[in-house]
Design a protein around this ligand. Structure first.
Ligand SMILES: Cc1ncc(COP(=O)(O)O)c(C=O)c1O
Length: 393
């Protein structure tokens, strides 16, 4: 291995012998699907973020679908959300026959703009049933403003906290402030179970509905059905539900990851701060806004096109040539063929999202990144910027 030339991935899961032993323990136990491990993971996760109910599911997409269903969203409803997100946030609205109403993002962040949300609420008078703020890249949304608008216009709030675990704010953890919140444990997220997610809520009603709908609309969970003595085979199907439960193998891995969540967070924060310090004074990039309330799932820098002779795509190619993995978060949904065609949306309808999309690059960021790797990323960014600096500027 050559640390000076090896490829630096954009993301890498951090797992160790603890996760390996936990998975083996479950495999050897004879119980692989949802059972004790899931129950314990839910209990521990609920205690960690300080909520009444945590419900484990097999992805955040499943969790968003279930939570939205439990909030009563159905055909013909409008659900406001940001255009600057992954398609999962909006596709679940379509699953329920409702329609997403895309909102532009703030000037200084990649998060939904509360002023634009309020404008939409006024325009669509009472038709927006819910809002899904997405804590983009891990930066907590302006929830005070969003809660005030939602309260005034009668919208439910479902937080897409896929990126923002474990962000602590003075109102509680990111994801626990709305009516419900959903975290993702996908392979590149801040903690992972390979695939997985968690729905959190303080509402008994939402929790009950999510619990029934995540397992075929059956009124008892699998563990209950197979372990309770006497009549354990009997159950009632009370709804046409889904198959969204988490396995015990995933939950056992998740429990180990949860123990490391704070250490992972501190490591990510340190790397992001290191980037911010070392990029200071560079005029051809804009650093992400520094905020206390950030999980640093993503470090998104923006290029300043006026200072460079190359565009964002070429900048990414050059980083690739230096052995640096990157990504772009995200191609806004309103320019995706499905959404633009269905809702007649034009790229320029969301100017802030379009502008940020054209300039954004997500740099490598994962716990365990070495000093050498951080320096290589910083040096590569500087080198490319100097090489392609626009003459006379
Ligand atoms: C903002 C956002 N919401 C939801 C999801 C869906 O998460 P999952 O892959 O766990 O279904 C993702 C996945 O990357 C995401 O980035």
């Amino acid at each position: 291995m050559n640390p000076s030339t090896d490829y630096i991935p954009f993301a890498r899961p951090s797992t160790g012998p603890e996760e390996e032993e936990a998975a083996v323990r479950v495999i050897r136990s004879g119980w692989l699907t949802s059972g004790i491990e899931v129950k314990e993971f839910e209990k521990e996760f609920a205690a960690y973020v300080g909520v009444k109910h945590a419900l484990a599911v097999n992805s955040a997409t499943a969790g968003l679908h279930l939570a939205l269903e439990a909030l009563g969203i159905g055909p013909g409803d409008l659900v406001a959300t940001t255009t600057y997100t992954f398609t999962a946030t909006a596709e679940v609205i379509r699953y329920l026959g409702a329609d997403p109403l895309f909102i532009d993002i703030e000037r200084d962040s990649w998060n939904i703009d509360p002023a634009e949300l309020e404008r939409a609420a006024v325009k669509h008078k009472g038709r927006i049933k819910a809002v899904i703020p997405v804590h983009m890249g891990g930066q907590h949304c302006p929830m005070d403003e969003i809660c005030a608008i939602a309260g005034q216009y009668g919208m439910k709030i479902l937080e897409d906290a896929a990126h923002s675990f474990p962000v602590k704010t003075d109102k509680g953890y990111s994801g626990t402030i709305g009516d419900a919140g959903v975290y993702s444990f996908y392979a590149n997220k801040t903690i992972t179970t390979g695939e997985g997610g968690m729905v959190v809520t303080d509402s008994d009603e939402i929790a009950r509905r999510v619990s029934v709908m995540r397992l075929h609309g059956i009124d008892r969970d699998v563990w209950n059905r197979y372990t309770v003595r006497g009549g354990s085979w009997r159950y009632a199907v009370v709804e046409a539900g889904f198959k969204y439960n988490m396995t015990d193998i995933a939950a056992a891995i998740g429990r180990e990851q949860l123990k490391k969540a704070e250490a992972f967070y501190l490591s990510r924060k340190k790397i992001a701060e290191s980037y911010n310090v070392r990029f200071e004074g560079l005029d051809f990039i804009i650093r992400p806004p520094v905020s206390q309330a950030h999980s640093w799932h993503l470090y998104i820098m923006r290029i300043v096109p006026e200072k460079l002779t190359i565009d964002r795509d070429r900048f990414i190619e050059c980083l690739g040539e230096e052995g640096i993995g990157t990504s772009v978060h995200y191609i806004p949904l309103h320019i995706m063929p499905y959404y633009s065609r269905r809702y007649g949306l034009k790229p320029e309808d969301y100017p802030e999202a379009l502008d940020k999309y054209g300039k954004s690059i997500s740099l490598p960021l994962f716990p365990g990144m070495t000093e050498n790797q951080i320096s290589r990323v910083v040096d590569a960014v500087k080198k490319i910027g100097e090489r392609f600096r626009r003459a006379g500027i």
